[in-house]
Unconditional design. Structure first.
Length: 108
């Protein structure tokens, strides 16, 4: 199960149309740090586009959806860590996968 934890307001670069996406968060998971070897708790998050108005999207916060947030391979891209400004290169993204559905593969 995942939980809708927030709403994100965005604007289409071309049409300047405003739309709202749902921020979903998966269950808690425990990961071992590659640097320190210590275990820490985390959860995966991703954003799902929607056609909802802001009012409807905000009403969805707190609701649970069947499925998981999965790590999906993709083309490499640069990501700036917000807290430090450090630029890292990633080759994955996180995607919501509904219960019973398969992870989508990027088109070549």
């Amino acid at each position: 199960m995942v939980k809708i934890v927030d709403v994100k307001r965005s604007e289409n670069n071309t049409t300047k149309e405003v739309f709202f996406s749902l921020v979903v968060q998966g269950d808690i998971e425990f990961v071992q740090s590659k640097e320190t070897g210590r275990t820490y708790a985390t959860s995966r998050q991703c954003i799902i586009s929607s056609t909802f108005s802001e009012q409807v999207a905000l009403q969805m916060v707190g609701k649970q959806l069947p499925g998981n947030v999965e790590k999906v391979d993709c083309e490499e891209y640069d990501y700036i860590i917000p807290d430090s400004g450090e630029i890292i290169r990633l080759s994955h993204r996180y995607e919501y996968v509904a219960e019973g559905a398969k992870v989508t593969k990027p088109q070549s």
